[in-house]
Write a protein that binds this ligand. Sequence first.
Ligand code: NAD
Length: 326
Amino acid sequence: MRVLVTGGAGYIGSVVTEELIKDGHTAVVYDSLYKGHREAVVAGAKLVEADLMDNERLRGALREHEIEAVIHMAADSLVGESVGNPAKYYRNNVVAGLSLLDAMRECEVKRVVFSSTAATYGEPEKQPIEETDPTNPTNPYGESKLAFERALRWYESAYGIRSASMRYFNAAGATAQCGEMHDPETHLIPILLQAAAGRREAVEIYGGDYPTRDGTCVRDYIHVVDLARAHILALGILGERSAIYNLGCGGDGYTVKEVIDVARAVTNREIPVRVAARRAGDPATLVASSDRIKRELGWSPQFQDLRLIIESAWAWMQSHPGGYER
Ligand SMILES: NC(=O)c1ccc[n+]([C@@H]2O[C@H](COP(=O)([O-])OP(=O)(O)OC[C@H]3O[C@@H](n4cnc5c(N)ncnc54)[C@H](O)[C@@H]3O)[C@@H](O)[C@H]2O)c1
């Protein structure tokens, strides 16, 4: 297929692009580079450097490259920032997303895989979270993603655009070429590895008195290649139907302390940590069930072991000591 990857110069989008090309698809990256990295655009992919709000460039890209499907990864995704600046999140995750859907409509592109988030569930009553559980986001980031999912439903019934919305928590890990580099970095694994590399002082753990096996929060980590494979698998159903899929690590999740222990073992370095107060709105446990995508699409994660995830992230950091050039 000829696939447009919005946000394809970002962390997950670069790996999605890499996997698409490996499978023999044609991939066009559509990214403003406002957060992404030119170097993260993998060889063999074309880059259209433009914003989603630029409808003319979008239509041009869809037509010129005869795009058949879109994998929509471009978004803002910092929960804390979204609470202080919801306007930014509604603008980029909803309004700019609608600009994409309108261009798709005009150019008769009828398939989109949307990288949503498990933040759409808010603070769930049960674990692991299933797709049938209520959505009740507790921040504008989750709310903006859910608003876009809801728009997708109506764009299907009115315009025939089919979609797969992928809901997951923490992407992690790297390929040999593509790794995680955000500014600011808010994700636990790269923060721990930066500390191991001496680029950061003590890492703060938010809360050590949760009702979990060791008092720290339990979270779900999923290897970025497994995520990419799931997005590509989901493309395959869009000829027939739309869907929503959760993606999770498949087990009970990992406590923050467990992640720290594995990071110390993998790097064989000191990682100083400090236990700080809980953060408001942080549930004790957040784990997504992947049963539906396993059952319906036969998705099976290859890198479920946290050690493999952290080893891949560490290997990328070692081979890219300065990260990507901007
Ligand atoms: N990283 C995670 O753990 C995680 C978890 C759940 C969901 N997600 C979702 O996955 C997607 C990708 O996340 P990521 O961590 O790779 O993010 P990222 O910030 O690394 O990549 C996002 C990319 O989108 C581009 N972009 C943003 N707005 C744009 C716009 N208006 N026009 C053109 N390009 C634009 C940025 O330049 C960047 O390259 C996001 O939609 C995010 O909400 C990520």
